[in-house]
Design a binder for this molecule. Sequence first.
Ligand SMILES: *[C@@H]1O[C@H](CO)[C@@H](O)[C@H](O)[C@H]1NC(C)=O
Length: 531
Amino acid sequence: MLPGRVPIQAVQDRLLATLTLAEKVVCLTVGLFLCVPQMCGCSFSTSSQRKSQFYTDPTEAVKDIPSGATILVGGFGLCGIPENLINSLLKTGVKSLTAVSNNAGVDNFGLGLLLQTKQIKRMISSYVGENVEFERQYLSGELEVELTPQGTLAERIRAGGAGVPAFFTATGYGTLIQEGGSPIKYNKDGTIAIASEQREVREFNGRHYIMEKAITGDFALVKAWKADKAGNIVFRKTARNFNQPMCKAAKVTIVEVEEVVDVGTFSEEDIHIPSIYIHRIIKGDCYEKRIERRTVQKDLAEKPKPKKDSDILRERIIRRAALEFEDGMYANLGIGIPMLASNFIQPDITVHLQSENGILGLVKPSFESIYVDISCVCAGKETVTVLPGASYFSSDESFAMIRGGHINLTMLGAMQVSKTGDLANWMIPGKMVKGMGGAMDLVASAGTKVVVTMEHSAKGGKFKILDTCNLPLTGKQCVDRIITEKAVFDVDKTKGLTLIEVWEGLTPEDIKTCTGAHFEVSPTLRPMQQV
Ligand SMILES: *[C@@H]1O[C@H](CO)[C@@H](O)[C@H](O)[C@H]1NC(C)=O
């Protein structure tokens, strides 16, 4: 007997027991028609198309993806990418793809391979990062890129799978995302060929929100850890990321797994994705599972003590930033100085670190004695270890946590900050584009304290603290505190800056000469504190 018949039969029996004879006759007649497909050997509730099919050759599983298709590709950095399915697309030679993926692998691995072969026409991503070819193709007008804040991207995909056509989010309000006109495609001469659309703004409870539309795909290419023979799947550690919402948002979901196990191997309540969302399953032949940044404790220990002036200044910022941690806090820390500040968390307090790719309770980096696991990376793509009591979750869940205001502290770097707390840290038009990653979502969260850690001035002494930012914004009126190697400012979103701490030997006058915005001096101004 096929699965699916038993419960239906049981329901029919239960219903029949409650009916009168006349009603029973009607029901049985109708039921006979309904049962015909079952008699021909098809499942009653699941047509043969709906049942997950198992493949042995990954190229067979993707060969009907046509040129011009929209594909949703799971993964965060190189963690949890469907590497066998991507390699198969190299073989089928499909062209003009729109690829929805948080990022595009690296130059010679993951989606980076399909960029090299020019099989992708448009990327919908949050992060370009260190993929040099990705950045080059975009800036030279060879590739269309719709940069989308990471949490908005995850929620657009989640909404797509859940039948919600659009939703409102505070992320991106007051930035190019809302205003539109952001370059999707450049002309060869550097002018904009295709610009992003303006977003509708609505006010709810005194806050501004922008409308974002759902994303669905023709195909989803997903990497999971294990599938059971009924087609249910589970993910490993942080390899869940975008894979989970993508499973639900495509017409055809193709999943590659490391292992196919018998039904019952994982219990029903531990299944991450029920089989209804999964159409094709392939056990990957081999997994390279390349690690982007392998970091273990030993690497840090071997580093010589800071000697260069820049290292000493950096450590000053780190030791001041560490004072922002309070007992019991949930904190999300950006790459670089913020993450390094976590090394100075006082032993008598507990801080729960959140990483937006889907971890609560991490420590960085991996302990050397523990097997370094590609399935466990932080948002900086470095291998990490988690503490007892930690948890893993998907990207849409992670940003619900962030957007919902459940994180107490966000610490991140900046290229520019304005006196009213506007922040710019994701692109220099026409020159450099790293992407906003999760930063726009993190700073848009009401109820989360936003602390910027950065060098006081840019190269050549250019001001970074300004009356108004001239780079594209990451968030408007979102910064609460600025920590540099020279000073600490509190930011009032209407009144402006107040100098609250200054490095020993410097005066407010000294700070004035290197700051591009007016500031008040606190009556309780004190020397810059350090852990
Ligand atoms: C963190 O935020 C929650 C609200 O989301 C609050 O109840 C809690 O007191 C905060 N904890 C700290 C240490 O700030």
